[in-house]
Design a protein. Structure first.
Ligand code: ATR
Length: 292
């Protein structure tokens, strides 16, 4: 069922803050979900320059906000304005979702859970006892690594161009999850090839593949039908890595699933209602921004 939006004196606000946010698909997906449930709320994109962040955060309760998504470059910077954060967000030191409740600001991170939920829903795979290779060691890699460690996967290998960055992510992860086996490597060489061969799931969190001429971050000859290959990028939908996976007979998923499920989890936090994932998925797929 879909309801018309009618703005009332009580309309709650939701939105995404970042710099830039103009390409965000979240408004399209979240407004479709709000309309579906007939919820009197509106989700908007807010382009916030760094100098305005403090003022924005302080004004949220007075402006009748129910919540926010937070994207680059504010996932770490918003922490200091929050009254409480979940254990996972505290360990990560990053928040992508804020709930405004009775004047208090509560921080969550739904990125990692969005990834594992997408893997289960669309790849039919739970990570328990699997080996995962994470390509990259930035913010997205960190959120995924912490969440899969909580899920009890067997081994995590973090492969990054700058190996020292992968090593510092390993140290942080190992501090909170001493029972998980964690390895690091560069993006080529024997260790890397062995990590690819012994992993069931490969996930690319780097920006390699977003530009038209980029190569596949893992050469196709290293991939096989036993792999599930995920690229968290969704522009383009079919990255060079996913094309290489397809040619090698591997299963593959693009980044729309992670975007969808992190948003579905946020919707639930703000509204207490089950997110209409099919409605949200249709809204994403019809976005002109992601058409090839
Ligand atoms: P995000 O928060 O989106 O994860 P980030 O923190 O800027 O973004 O991290 C970007 C990731 O992409 C890093 O792992 C980066 O590798 P380095 O740590 O070596 O910089 C990786 N990356 C970016 N451009 C790359 C390239 N041309 N080749 C390989 N890795 C690249």
């Amino acid at each position: 069922m879909s309801h018309k939006v009618s703005l009332t004196g009580k309309t709650r606000l939701l939105g995404i803050i970042g710099h830039p946010v103009k390409g965000s698909l979240s408004p399209r997906m979240q407004n479709a979900a709000l309309r579906h449930h007939g919820i009197d709320a509106l989700y908007l994109p807010f382009e916030i320059p760094p100098s305005a962040l403090a003022g924005v955060m302080k004004a949220l309760p007075a402006l009748n906000f129910r919540g926010l998504n937070v994207t680059i470059p504010y996932k770490e910077k918003v922490l200091r304005y929050l009254d409480e954060v979940t254990e996972e967000a505290r360990q990560l030191g990053a928040v992508n979702c804020i709930l405004v409740d009775k004047g208090r600001l509560l921080g969550y991170n739904t990125d990692g859970a969005g990834f594992t939920t997408a893997l289960k829903a669309e790849g039919g795979l739970s990570l328990r006892d699997e080996n995962i290779l994470i390509l990259g060691a930035g913010g997205a890699a960190k959120a995924i690594a912490f969440h899969v460690a909580r899920q009890g996967c067997r081994r995590i290998c973090i492969a990054n161009r700058t190996v020292s960055r992968a090593s510092s992510l390993r140290r942080r992860l190992q501090r909170f999850h001493p029972g998980v086996e964690i390895e690091v490597s560069g993006l080529s060489g024997r260790n890397f090839r062995e990590a690819v061969a012994s992993s069931q799931v490969l996930v690319n969190t780097t920006s390699v593949g977003m530009a038209r001429r980029d190569p596949s971050i893992v050469p196709g000859r290293h991939l096989s039908p036993s792999h599930l290959v995920v690229d968290i990028v969704y522009k383009p939908l079919r990255t060079p890595l996913l094309r290489a996976a397809e040619r090698s007979g591997a299963r593959f998923l693009n980044g729309l699933g992670m975007l969808l499920y992190q948003g579905a989890l946020a919707f639930r936090i703000w509204t207490g209602r089950t997110a209409p994932v099919d409605v949200m998925k249709r809204a994403l797929r019809s976005a002109p921004e992601i058409r090839p």
